[in-house]
Structure formats: structure tokens, C-alpha cells
Design a binder for this molecule. Structure first.
Ligand SMILES: C[S@@+](CC[C@H](N)C(=O)[O-])C[C@H]1O[C@@H](n2cnc3c(N)ncnc32)[C@H](O)[C@@H]1O
Length: 880
């Protein structure tokens, strides 16, 4: 025997209503569903705004529901604690709800959801509307939303002594179906009447409602056939890597909705990967448990937008990866093994391949889709024609991928477009195909075929070429077909196929085509710089990856070691002892520890290093680099007036450091203008015209924009423009003002820095600047004693108490052997090649010279010397 109501019970129920109101979720009120719908072609910004609007709407709806629920709680409390006889408060109906056995089992209802009480105010819509009544029931018995049900109503049995007996749960006697609004109204009316009659026995009108499964409701849809006998994907012993794309002719009307559909449909397969959906189509790179691969393919075929439009079907990697291999096939994260994909991301984008074209073309008409084996024969024929000297009959084979991809692997005879990003393709094509006859055979390929659809469409529709073919399914399909159908054939693709999952490459042949950006050694390893602010994709050998802590340059390495730039997740090379931002960094050497505890190098230095590598690759090892550069900046900051002379500008890396330091020195003593005659001033001399041109272009940027981000961007743009676009400075010198004129700067193009310096020391010649505080000797290494002599012989070049800094005084450590007399006789190793011998001879000769310089300068009474074992050795010499 239970009382119909207890205050605590009601409070608990209403509290649960608050929760359930917010729990409407995605299948909830129409407001949310409609705001999620995206019409037309939304831009990313619009998508973000739409999502924000949805979040806001949801938040507001939640807020309103909470408020309503609170108000209702308050009212109910007041009602319950006031006397029920009061005529001023509305009457509350007590509805006992019980759910039939069939529904209980079908919906797996918990104890509390099988039966319970709902309290309804007399004034509410619930007493007149079936929908409102069902809505009220939903809010208490949430599981009911998943089924269609019908209601029947009756009343509790009240005995004469006042005992209330609720009718049995499956009772039908005295119950009537409640299927219309009238039924609802009648039920409550009768409850009122009954209450009026039994007021002395009841606290409030009471109703019993039975919930039964609607026998006429359609059965829930059966799962698709392919899922019915599908094995458990968790039991798969291997994962298959695959990719596909589709450009459905009518496009995808609602990409957001379609993305949601894909997520739902693919969930049972436990597939992982990255999928882009746009109005123009779908582009997917995925891995699927091999034991459900067939079912996955069927599923994709049954999706209308994919089925017939997946050009070449699904591109499947020839070899599945065992689950163990898959777990480590990606680029390691923080030195720990990682899989190529961790989750399934289905994302909506403006385009599935960002092309940068003003308007989209007809992607259905993009040239002939050439099957891989036909392609193989054609490439072989082209090779033979070239070998026979009849290349004019060979088709043009265009590699539509970016430089970092083509440089680790390509088809024989292919012409790379040398683009940094796909958007650059169109300009390059216009240039490359300017003189090609319109009917010339053009063959093109890319990784999986999708980029060729766009390039093929452009070349045929915009440029008018008539004989265009594309490698169907790209290199991935070629690799698979060749290994399936012609294993004995030698692949015409050489090297590694760069792929866009965590593996970053699959070797098709053993050829190593790429070269390390740091040391130029042969390698096919592609990775991304770990400096988050840089993150450039690069080809770097494992040794340099380890030495540079997964970064592309000294400056990036310095920033990562400083912990200021967190390593990007998922892209750390193996063997690199780095932890994420929140963890402490494990330093592998004292050098690294020292850099890790020095202030970070400003990002312009990374650009300066990079520009040098890109514009004058053969000399890129000559730049001072981060540790030495920081020391030079500090020394210039310590100088009296910030007056510095540099011999050997090269591309201006050290010049930039010296300018930075000179400006610090000038600011400390409050000097606002510097030039040849007085104040902070950096003068630098270089004899190589090309290096001088690059240095002038770079220092002009620093003079205009300082050492900040703006300068970094301008330096980056300079690199992208290429060496051809850097003007040649035939002038003898260029004058600049740095830091708003605080530091004067003059760059000299000289025939011989030593000759110019000796003239300065002798008081002859046109250039007669006031003496310097610091002279950095970094030009030819064979005449170091002459350079220092010019500084010491008079005070016209270097002030008394000033410093000379000489670079490379330890000469790769060879001075040690030189000092032991090992190179005295210059005996050559007869087994080494001529080139090696020449290199060794030069290195030994220079080591002897360096050793002689170090030995003589330290004995010179006019100076005090400190040799620092930094980088290649720096000698810091104070003029007494
Ligand atoms: C080691 S690099 C200088 C690197 C530069 N200081 C830096 O840190 O980026 C040496 C440069 O000195 C130049 N050089 C060599 N002999 C020279 C000479 N006699 N006169 C002027 N420049 C010279 C070379 O052309 C080369 O660019």
C-alpha cells in the first residue's frame, strides 16, 4: 500500500525532468534539427558560425528548460505544502503510469522507468492534448521515445475504508484507449468527477495510464544485409589502408548531413581515418579492419553519392598491416610508436582538394582514365623512345604532386611541377605547356588520382588540350595492380610513394631519390618540423632528425628545446627524445640542455637559414646558426657603442645578429642615430655577388620591419619568389637604417675584404668609418693573422679595448691532430678517391693554418685571447 504522493518523491521526479529536458539531444525539438541543416555551399566561417548558433540555441533552450523546471518545482512545493482545501491553488492530477511487459523488454527499461507517477496541473495543456500528454510522459520515461506506443486510461480502485488499490498493470477492465485529444479531455473530466465524489478519501484527482506497444506501428528497420553476418571487427588480425574519392555529378546537397550519415554508417566497422566532405564530393584516406573489408566496400557501394561515382572504386593498399604493425606504422609521437590513424574524422570542407581556382570546372570531363597496366606499358614505351633519342615522340608525363612528394619518388621520365602547394599548379601549367601543341599526348598522375581529376579538367577545359590521360587510381592503384597482375615486371615508379596518413610514405622500390634538407644525404624520410610555428614538411635523414630534434633548422631546434614551441602531436621522428609541452623535455646532451636554457632565437633566423638553404644551397652550411648567432648578438649588445665590422657577410645571418645586438647597445646608452661617423653602426663586406644580393634583399627587410613576425613573413615571401626575383646589386655598397635609424648599416660588395680593411687601417681609400668596438672575422680562413693584424696595427679599424671574434678556429676538431703534427707530412691515403683526397687535403691544410693562427695570436702581447669551443670554435680576442 503506497500513498499517491510524497513531497520527496515529487521533488526527485521534477529534478529528473530537468535532466531529461536537456537530454532531448540531436533527436530533440525541431529547432535544433533545423539549425543543424546547412544549405548551399557554406564557407568554413559560415560553418563555424552556424555551429556556434546551434550551440547558443541549445544553451538557451537548456537554460529555459532549467528555468521552467525550477519554477514548476517551486509551484509544486507550494502546492504540496499548502492545504489541499485551498481554493486559490490549482488542483494537481496524480497520474500513475505503467509500461507493459513487451515494451519493457524491447526498450530494456530500468526499474524506475517501468512505472512511476507524474503530477500534472489542472491548467496545463496536458489535460486536453494527446501530444502534450505524450510529451509529458517522455520527459519522465525517456526510453519511450524510441518506440511508438498507445495509451489506455482507467482509475484506481478506492475501497470504502479509503484504501486505494491501483489496478493491475495488465488490467483492461474499466480501461479505455486514449488515442485522441477528446479521449484525454474526457479522462481528466471523469477524474475530476471522481474526485468531487471521493474528496474525503483522495488528496487529488488520480488517473492510471497503461502504456502498450502500438500493434500497428511499423517495425524498426532491419540492419542492412551486409551487417547481419559481419564478423566482429575487433577480432581482425590486420588493418587495410585504403583511399577513395567521388565527384557525384549532382554534387552533395547537404555536406553536413551527409558527413553525419557517413559517421553513422561506418561506425559498426571500427574504421579509422580522415574523410573530407564538400559539395563537390568526398575524399577519404582510411584504414579498415581487414575482416570486415568486404562489408565496408558493400556499404560504400550502397551509398548513392559514392556507389557509382567512386572513380576506380576503392584504392586498396596491396599489403594489409598486421594489428601489431599498424600500431607502429605511423610517425612516432613523442618518441613512442603510433598508428597511421587514431580516430575516424569526417569533416566538412569547402572543397575536398583545395584548388584555389576562381570557379569549379566539370569534374566529370577530365581526360581519359587510363588503367594502371596500360599506363605501365605507356611509361615503358616512353622510356624506350627516350633511350633511342626519339623523345619528341614520347608523351609528356606530368607529376601533379608537390615537391616534397616528387622528390622522394616518381615515374621514370616524369616532369614534376615543383609546386609547394596544389594551388600553384595552374600558373606552373600555363608556363610549362605554353609551347606544347594542343593535341600532344599528355599523361598525368598523382597519389590516388583525385588531384588529376582537377588538373585533367583544367588542362582540357581551360587550356584546350585534347589528348589527356590520367593514371586511374593514382600511384596507389598502380602499385597494387602491378603487384597483383605483373609481379615480375620492374616498377616504372621509382622510390617512395608519399601518402597522407601517419606513415608519410610507402616504399615501392628501394631507390632513394630525396636528399636531406640539412645535410644533403640521400634519404626518403619525410616529416614535419616539430616547431609548431613552422611545421613545414621536409625531407630529412634520420641522423639530422635526431641531431635537430625533429626540427628543420637551428632556430626551430632552439625554440623546441626551450619548450616554447610544443611538438605537434603525431609528427615526431623516432629516436627524438622530446615530450609534449606539459611534460618536461629530456635533453640528450649538454649542448641541447644549454640551448634549452638559453632564450629562444627569434623566428626571423629560421627564415634566414631557410632562405640560404633555398637560394644558395651549396653554401648553406656556412651560416653562423643559432648558438653562435646568439653569442654574436650578446657580444654586440655588450660593446660600448654598438659599432661592429663583419668580414664575410654571406647571406646576412650573422649581420642580422650583429644588428640586433648593436641596437640593444645603442638603446642602453640612449643613442638614437648611428652611422659611419658615430653611434651604433654595422658594416659588413662580401665578395660573392650572389650572396651579396641575397644579403641586401634580406637586410632591407629587417631594416623595414625589424626582427618580428612581419619580417619573418616577408623573408618567407622572398624565398618563395626565388633567386631570379632578387635584384642584382651591381652597386658597391648599400646603406640601410635599422631600428628607425638607431643603427646605421652598410653592406659592401668588395673584391677582397682584407684589402679594404688594410686601406682603412692605413687611412687610405674612400671608406673611412670611425673605429669599431667589435670585428667579426668570418671571410677567407687562410689569412686570419693578416685580418687581426689590420685590427691591431692601428686604432683606425678597432678601438683600444675592442674585441676581434674569429670563427672556425677549431676547424672541425682537426686542429687537435694538426697540433700533434699528424698533418705535417700531408701523407695521403692511397685507397681513397681523388675527390675525397682533395677534400681531406684542403681540410688538413686549413687545420694547420688554424693551428698556426691560434698558436701565434695567443703569444701576441697586444691581445688577450679566449678560445670558446662553440660550434666550430670561436676565438674572442681583446685588444689591450
Ligand atoms: C663563412 S661565410 C660567412 C658567413 C656569415 N658570416 C654568416 O654567419 O652567415 C664566408 C663568406 O666570406 C666570403 N669571403 C671569403 N673570402 C672573402 C674575401 N676575401 N673578401 C670578402 N668576402 C670573402 C665568402 O664569399 C663567404 O660568403
Amino acid at each position: 500500500r503506497r500513498s499517491i504522493s510524497t513531497p520527496s518523491f515529487i521533488v526527485r521526479r521534477t529534478a529528473s525532468r530537468t535532466y531529461s529536458a536537456s537530454g532531448w539531444g540531436s533527436s530533440g525539438p525541431p529547432l535544433m534539427a533545423s539549425t543543424l541543416r546547412v544549405q548551399g555551399v557554406p564557407t568554413n566561417l559560415e560553418l563555424v558560425e552556424q555551429r556556434l548558433a546551434t550551440f547558443r540555441a541549445k544553451k538557451d533552450a537548456r537554460g529555459r528548460a532549467v528555468q521552467q523546471s525550477n519554477e514548476r518545482n517551486q509551484r509544486l512545493k507550494r502546492l504540496l505544502y499548502n492545504t489541499t482545501d485551498s481554493h486559490t491553488v490549482p488542483i494537481l492530477y496524480a497520474i500513475k503510469v505503467s509500461v507493459c511487459d513487451e515494451l519493457r523488454q524491447e526498450l530494456k527499461l530500468s526499474g524506475r522507468e517501468k512505472r512511476g507517477r507524474v503530477f500534472v496541473e489542472q491548467e496545463s495543456a496536458v489535460v486536453t492534448s494527446l501530444n502534450a500528454l505524450k510529451f509529458e510522459l517522455h520527459s519522465f520515461f525517456r526510453a519511450l521515445r524510441k518506440s511508438s506506443f498507445i495509451l489506455s486510461a482507467g482509475f484506481p480502485v478506492i475501497e470504502e475504508d479509503g484504501t486505494i488499490i491501483s489496478s493491475a498493470e495488465n488490467a483492461t477492465d474499466g480501461f479505455w484507449d486514449v488515442t485522441t485529444d477528446e479521449d484525454v479531455a474526457r479522462t481528466f473530466r471523469v477524474a475530476d468527477e471522481l474526485f468531487a465524489e471521493k474528496r474525503h478519501l483522495l488528496k487529488r484527482p488520480a488517473i492510471v495510464i497503461h502504456v502498450r506497444r502500438d500493434p500497428n506501428a511499423p517495425l524498426p528497420p532491419r540492419p542492412p544485409a551486409y551487417l547481419q553476418s559481419m564478423p566482429d571487427p575487433n577480432q581482425s588480425k590486420s588493418m587495410t589502408m585504403l583511399s577513395f574519392y567521388a565527384f557525384p555529378p549532382e554534387g552533395i546537397a547537404d555536406p553536413e548531413d551527409f558527413a553525419q550519415t557517413l559517421r553513422k554508417l561506418w561506425k559498426p566497422f571500427h574504421a579509422l581515418g580522415r574523410v573530407y566532405v564538400a559539395q563537390e564530393g568526398v575524399n577519404a584516406q582510411m584504414s579498415v579492419p581487414t575482416n570486415v573489408l568486404e562489408q565496408f566496400r558493400t556499404c560504400c557501394r550502397e551509398i548513392r553519392e559514392l556507389g557509382t561515382y567512386m572513380e576506380n572504386g576503392i584504392n586498396i593498399d596491396p599489403k594489409p598491416l598486421t594489428v601489431e604493425d599498424f600500431a607502429t606504422a605511423g610517425v612516432p609521437v613523442n618518441g613512442k610508436p603510433a598508428p597511421p590513424f587514431r580516430n575516424l574524422h569526417v569533416r566538412v570542407r569547402n572543397q575536398i582538394v583545395a584548388d584555389g581556382l576562381d570557379q569549379s570546372l566539370d569534374w566529370q570531363s577530365a581526360g581519359y582514365d587510363m588503367p594502371p597496366m596500360e599506363w605501365h606499358e605507356k611509361v615503358k614505351e616512353a622510356k624506350t623512345l627516350r633511350e633511342e633519342g626519339r623523345e619528341e615522340f614520347a608523351p609528356l608525363i606530368i607529376d601533379c604532386r608537390n615537391t616534397y612528394e616528387t622528390s622522394v619518388g616518381r615515374f621514370e621520365g616524369a616532369e614534376p611541377l615543383e609546386t609547394e602547394s596544389f594551388r600553384e599548379t595552374w600558373e606552373v601549367l600555363k608556363d610549362r605547356l605554353a609551347r606544347t601543341p594542343k593535341d600532344a599526348p599528355i599523361m598525368m598522375y598523382c597519389t590516388g588520382g583525385i588531384r588529376c581529376v582537377k588538373v585533367g579538367a583544367y588542362v582540357t577545359q581551360e587550356m584546350g588540350f585534347t589528348n589527356v590521360s590520367r593514371l586511374a587510381g593514382g600511384i596507389i592503384a598502380y602499385d597494387r595492380k602491378l603487384s597483383e597482375e605483373a609481379k615480375e615486371e620492374e616498377p616504372m615508379f621509382k622510390g617512395t610513394n608519399f601518402v597522407f596518413d601517419g606513415r608519410l610514405g610507402r616504399a615501392i622500390t628501394d631507390d632513394t631519390l630525396g636528399s636531406c634538407i640539412t645535410c644533403a644525404a640521400e634519404t626518403s624520410l619525410v616529416s614535419n618540423c616539430l616547431n609548431d610555428n613552422c611545421h613545414q614538411r621536409m625531407i630529412q635523414c634520420q641522423d639530422c632528425k635526431t641531431a635537430f630534434h625533429g626540427t628543420c633548422s637551428d632556430a626551430c631546434r632552439n625554440r623546441v628545446l626551450n619548450g616554447l614551441m610544443s611538438p605537434r602531436r603525431g609528427l615526431v621522428s623516432s629516436g627524438v627524445a622530446l615530450e609534449s609541452k606539459t611534460d618536461s623535455i629530456v635533453y640528450s646532451s649538454l649542448d641541447d640542455y644549454s640551448m634549452g636554457h638559453s632564450s629562444p632565437t627569434p623566428s626571423i633566423y629560421r627564415e634566414l637559414e631557410f632562405n640560404t638553404k633555398a637560394l644558395i644551397p651549396t653554401g648553406s652550411h656556412m651560416v653562423s646558426g643559432a648558438s653562435q648567432g646568439r653569442l654574436l648578438a650578446q657580444l654586440a649588445s655588450m660593446s660600448r657603442e654598438g659599432r661592429v665590422l663583419e668580414l664575410g657577410t654571406f647571406t646576412g645571418y650573422a649581420t642580422a645578429c650583429l644588428l640586433e645586438g648593436a641596437s640593444n647597445a645603442a638603446n642602453v646608452i640612449g643613442m638614437t642615430r648611428g652611422n659611419r661617423e658615430s653611434g651604433a653602426f654595422v658594416m659588413s663586406m662580401e665578395r660573392d655577388q650572389r650572396a651579396f644580393d641575397v644579403a641586401v634583399a634580406q637586410m632591407k627587410i629587417l631594416a623595414g620591419s625589424g626582427h618580428g613576425e612581419e619580417a619573418s613573413e616577408a623573408l618567407c615571401a622572398l624565398r618563395n619568389g626565388g633567386l631570379d626575383r632578387i635584384p642584382s646589386n651591381i652597386k658597391k655598397f648599400v646603406r640601410l637604417e635599422y631600428d628607425g635609424g638607431t643603427v646605421g648599416c652598410e653592406l659592401f660588395h668588395v673584391t677582397d675584404a682584407l684589402a679594404t680593411m688594410e686601406e682603412m687601417a692605413a687611412g687610405r681609400g674612400d671608406v673611412q668609418p670611425a673605429p669599431f668596438d667589435l670585428v667579426f672575422v668570418d671571410a677567407d680562413k687562410t689569412r686570419l693573422l693578416e685580418y687581426t693584424e689590420a685590427c691591431l696595427s692601428s686604432d683606425r679599424v678597432l678601438k683600444k679595448g675592442g674585441f676581434i671574434v674569429v670563427d672556425n678556429v677549431l676547424w672541425k676538431g682537426l686542429v687537435l691532430e694538426a697540433s700533434a703534427g699528424h698533418f705535417a707530412s700531408m701523407v695521403e691515403d692511397e685507397t681513397t678517391e681523388e675527390l675525397e683526397r682533395r677534400k681531406n687535403r684542403r681540410a688538413r691544410k686549413l687545420a694547420n693554418k688554424m693551428h698556426r693562427f691560434n698558436s701565434e695570436i695567443v703569444r701576441d702581447p697586444r691581445v688577450e685571447v679566449l678560445v670558446l669551443p662553440i660550434r666550430d670554435g670561436l676565438s674572442v680576442i681583446r685588444k689591450k
